[in-house]
Design a protein around this ligand. Structure first.
Ligand SMILES: [Zn+2]
Length: 121
């Protein structure tokens, strides 16, 4: 299984991902659209945070299931625990060293169509 070193822009957050992804994804929810994220999905056991845990910031909104992590210093989104698959992480491919997303098919997922909490009240 290929192993990729990951980091945020300032290098405070360093992590490692073991993955052999078959696709990249983007999501059209209001958050992903704004951060322009391209991601791969990995099981949680395939991601290890190596450094920067004290500066790993977390943004939670809507149902509170997904946990969006970013660097508390440089602000770069690194990975998030997925709402649709809470035992998986979505990982920002642009944080992975020597990972070339170009050959992989890209799938646009329907995040905007997932129910908003307000819609269920
Ligand atoms: Zn950083």
């Amino acid at each position: 299984m290929p192993r990729y070193a990951g980091a945020c822009h300032c290098g405070t957050l360093r992590f490692e991902v073991e993955a052999d992804p078959v696709e990249t994804t983007s999501c059209d929810c209001s958050l992903c659209a704004m951060r322009n994220a391209v991601m791969i999905q990995v099981p949680q056991a395939a991601l290890r945070l190596l450094a920067g845990e004290d500066l790993l910031a977390t943004y939670v909104w809507n149902t509170g299931v997904a946990r969006h992590h970013f660097c508390g210093r440089c602000g770069v989104y690194v990975f998030h625990r997925k709402r649709a698959a809470p035992d998986s992480f979505g990982v920002n491919v642009f944080c992975l060293r020597d990972f070339d997303p170009a050959p992989l098919p890209h799938r646009r997922t329907d995040g905007a169509g997932m129910s908003l909490l307000e819609a269920r009240l």
